[in-house]
Design a binder for this molecule. Structure first.
Ligand SMILES: C[S@@+](CC[C@H](N)C(=O)[O-])C[C@H]1O[C@@H](n2cnc3c(N)ncnc32)[C@H](O)[C@@H]1O
Length: 214
């Protein structure tokens, strides 16, 4: 795990902070895709006011901060100490928002029914063995809770379910929506939907968005 953390720390060092305002002039927003000012917003989670929301791989906390401004009780977990420190610096004054530096499977173990919503945006759902992670996520949700995550879809022609090794340490589970649906159903998730959000005009590559319920 030290090598994985080091890889994500290197990634953190190369990232610019999110802009202070988006194209609409908002100071917080939730972005499911890899493109700015693009894609659906948080409304696909349903009302979040008063709900306990966990983000897996929260990075610098910008998506979660938006949910906190809407009245959610938010918890972010990320294994990169650099990123959680930046999250606390930027958003630490917001009520209802806490950040933990931890690996997600370690964090989720022993937290049954602790959250109403679990999200992962280009986060550890893409980078963690789903046979370990998915049962933990389901267990951490309250009955009727929602799990939603996004990442890039597999490249056309890519071997189905390929596990890619990147940066020598980080693996990636590149599943299609149909492949995720099988795995989610196998551990008891219901109401599973998966869609590819088209990229903005002039860009290549959409975003896979998967939702499931407990
Ligand atoms: C591509 S970044 C996305 C960050 C954020 N969700 C966003 O949209 O800006 C992936 C994040 O997941 C974190 N991460 C990767 N694997 C993790 C794990 N097993 N446990 C906790 N965090 C992890 C990384 O440190 C990194 O901050």
């Amino acid at each position: 795990m030290e090598a994985v953390t080091a890889a994500w720390e290197r990634y953190a060092a190369g990232r610019a902070p999110r802009r202070a305002l988006n194209a609409a002039g908002d100071s917080t927003w939730l972005n499911w895709t890899q493109y700015p000012d693009h894609g659906p917003d948080e409304s696909l989670l349903g009302p979040v006011k008063g709900r306990r929301v966990l983000e897996l791989g929260c990075g610098t906390g910008c998506n979660l901060a938006h949910l906190a401004t809407l009245g959610a009780e938010c918890v972010g977990v990320d294994l990169s100490p650099t990123r959680t420190a930046k999250a606390r610096d930027r958003w630490g004054d917001l009520p209802g928002l806490t950040f933990h530096t931890a690996e997600v499977t370690a964090f989720l173990a022993g937290r049954p029914r602790a959250f109403d919503v679990v999200v992962s945006i280009f986060g550890p759902v893409w980078f963690t063995d789903p046979t370990t992670l998915l049962p933990l996520v389901r267990e951490s949700l309250t009955p009727g809770g929602t799990f939603a995550f996004s990442h890039k879809p597999p490249r056309p022609g890519q071997e189905p379910g390929a596990v890619l090794r990147e940066a020598r340490a980080v693996s990636r589970w590149d599943y299609t929506g149909a492949e995720w649906a099988v795995r989610l159903a196998a551990v008891g998730f219901t109401n599973i939907t998966a869609e590819v959000i088209d990229p903005p005009e002039g860009k290549n590559g959409g975003t896979l968005l998967v939702r499931a319920g407990r």
